[in-house]
Design a protein around this ligand. Structure first.
Ligand code: NAD
Ligand code: DAU
Length: 337
């Protein structure tokens, strides 16, 4: 592994992976391929911008000719795919981009392994493919039961990967991460939206009763999980990356308000997300057996995350303009009244 193509590397988790890999592996070259959609942001890659082992290519993973050119030009031997449409609420408003990038895009990357000499593909997937888990913990062999267009598009990609492994014997591995939080997260997801809105004393739109449970994973722990599977995962297998840190949304929101010193009166219970999964929870013994261990407690990671958004207003204030405000209006105006 010498020349790694990180697709979607200008997004939240992808950029954390790039910053980490450049530091952790001094002999690896990292090429980021990213379409720079609303969620892609070159500011996320500023810490590595001048590193001679880093390159950036603006392209679409579903554009086969462009991906082929980049693979050939950089002598890519490994692909780690983060590129996706990722926000559940946007998938409910407009599913088409999800099918295009999350399914067709992954097919193009599989073709790079089948036909263009790429030796390994790691695809970053999600716990949402298992659907709602009222009790117990999902294991990797459980059936898929996606409930949103986003989750279905991620499940579709995984089925394609499975088929390519079974049919062509490709060297492919999959990770399924749980709800991830940390610095550089586009401010549309629960943590990054609510922290930045609370800083401005704006109302926090909590869906339904706020008792839905998510399993919170710090972004650096997600990244080391992906690194572990990249280097040690068995071809054809999937690995859960769990935070093992289940919290009802209302508790998460109270914790971040406390950290910010803001009042709970900012919380507004608003109309629920359609098809909203009540709980996700996974078992990650299979990943632990490869030697991975989480390094960050929820409390410490939440403190660091809140502090980062407080100290880096330059990063998120310029996002909260234009397209962002249009989306915010569509999603929240009628909910907040
Ligand atoms: P993000 O939305 O922050 O970033 C997505 C990136 O993909 C952006 O840089 C965007 O420009 C790029 N992209 C989108 N469409 C593209 C295309 N057609 N071609 C090339 N680039 C394109 O996402 P994230 O939260 O960092 O998630 C990264 C991956 O991890 C996704 O595959 C997501 O499904 C998965 N995941 C996310 C979480 C989470 O909680 N955020 C948890 C588990 C898994
Ligand atoms: O579980 C992994 C998934 O986590 C990833 O695959 C997705 O890419 C990522 O977006 C995330 O999906 P969720 O839908 O769980 O995350 P989100 O931050 O959108 O919502 C977390 C919870 O908070 C969920 O129960 C919905 C709720 N919520 C969210 C928003 C944005 C609110 O109550 N109000 C909000 O405004």
């Amino acid at each position: 592994m010498k020349n790694i193509l990180v697709t979607g590397g200008a997004g939240f988790i992808g950029s954390a992976f790039v910053r980490y890999m450049i530091d952790a592996y001094p002999d690896y070259h990292v090429v980021v391929l990213d379409k720079l959609t609303y969620a892609g942001n070159l500011d996320n890659l500023l810490p590595v911008r001048d590193n001679p082992r880093y390159r950036f290519e603006r392209a679409d993973i579903a554009d086969r000719a462009a991906v082929e050119r980049i693979v050939e030009q950089h002598g890519i031997d490994t692909i780690v795919n983060f590129a996706a449409e990722t926000h559940v609420d946007r998938s409910i408003l407009q599913p088409d981009a999800f099918i295009y990038t999350d399914v067709v895009g992954v097919y193009v990357l599989l073709e790079m392994v089948r036909q263009k000499g790429v030796q390994r593909l790691l695809h970053v997937s999600t716990d949402e493919v298992y659907g709602d888990i009222p009790q117990g913990y999902s294991v990797e062999t459980d059936p898929f039961a996606p409930n949103s267009p986003y989750a279905a598009s991620k499940a579709g990609a995984e089925l394609m990967i499975r088929a390519y492994y079974q049919t062509y014997g490709l060297n492919v591995v999959v990770t399924r991460g749980s709800n991830t939080f940390g610095p550089y997260q586009y401010p549309e997801k629960l943590m990054s939206l609510f922290i930045t809105e609370a800083i401005d004393n704006r109302p926090l739109p909590l869906y339904g009763d706020g008792r839905q449970v998510r399993d919170w994973l710090y972004v650096l722990d997600h990244v080391t999980g992906i690194d572990t599977v990249l280097h040690k995962g068995v071809a054809g297998e999937a690995y859960n990356i769990a935070g093992e840190n289940e919290r009802p949304n209302i508790d998460v929101v109270r914790a971040l308000l406390k950290e910010l010193g803001k009042p709970e009166s900012l919380i507004r219970h608003v109309a629920d997300r359609p098809g909203h999964d009540r709980r996700y929870a996974m078992n990650c013994d299979k990943l632990r057996a490869l030697g991975w261990q989480r390094q960050h407690s929820f409390e410490e990671a939440l403190r660091e995350t809140v502090a980062w958004y407080v100290q880096n207003e330059w990063w998120w204030r310029k996002i909260k303009t234009g397209e962002y405000l249009e989306y915010y209006k569509t999603q929240y105006a009628s909910r907040l009244g």
